[in-house]
Design a protein around this ligand. Structure first.
Ligand SMILES: O=C(O)CCC(=O)C(=O)O
Ligand SMILES: [Fe+2]
Length: 198
């Protein structure tokens, strides 16, 4: 199902809760944050292993945290850099909205439509049992897909706009998968931030 959400959307789904706030930041503020993060982040491109096969990750990433705890996924271990002032500011604003404290933020830079993030769940054990994940988008709009692992009619698509906040919670990371697929459309750069607690 395609969800067109210019408005705040709260989905109560089987084994998941999803909140989408399109204008968490204004378009101007979002553009400003995009530039700061684009220019000040030590972007890296990792080689990952999925089902025993090695791939170059189809996007750039960086990890920041308020502690020194690493984040391990797809056979790589990311060690965080101390969270910068702009990220601390965003963290405070997101925490206030979510009534939840985060320690870690993973940054993704999708350079163009061929960059993507394949079907996965944020279910690494260091995130705990039912993690709250707060996901912010800056720059180009990209499509976000999520599907239940076993209830085959439970599939949704959301367009994540610049300045938006998406919150995934409840049992979502255990029962659902999500992705940002490649697109053949001509799209510009997008930065995504996912706040997590480790
Ligand atoms: O880019 C996005 O919107 C999703 C990112 C994501 O799912 C992740 O980094 O785990
Ligand atoms: Fe994810």
């Amino acid at each position: 199902m395609n969800l067109f959400s210019a408005e705040k959307t709260h989905l109560i789904l089987p084994n998941a809760e999803v909140l989408y706030i399109p204008n968490f930041y204004t378009k101007e503020k979002a553009e400003h944050i995009f530039q700061i993060l684009k220019d000040s982040t030590p972007w890296q491109q990792d080689v990952i292993k999925i089902f025993g096969k090695t791939h170059i990750q189809p996007r750039l990433t960086a990890l920041f945290a308020t502690n020194s705890k690493p984040y391990a996924y797809s056979n790589i271990i990311m060690t965080p850099t101390l969270m910068s002032e702009p990220l601390m500011q965003i963290k405070t604003e997101v925490e206030r909205y979510c009534s939840h404290t985060f320690t870690t933020v993973l940054l993704n830079l999708y350079r163009h439509g061929a960059d993507s993030n394949g079907w996965h769940a944020d279910n690494e054990k260091e995130l705990g049992k039912n993690p709250v994940i707060a996901s912010l988008s800056f720059g180009a709009t990209r499509s976000f897909h999520f599907k239940h692992r076993t209830l085959k009619t439970e599939r949704y698509k959301l367009l994540l706009e610049s300045g938006s906040l998406l919150i995934m919670k409840g049992e979502m990371q255990h029962f659902w998968l999500h992705q940002v697929p490649k697109t053949k459309k001509k799209v510009g750069e997008r930065i995504n931030l996912t706040f997590r607690t480790i």
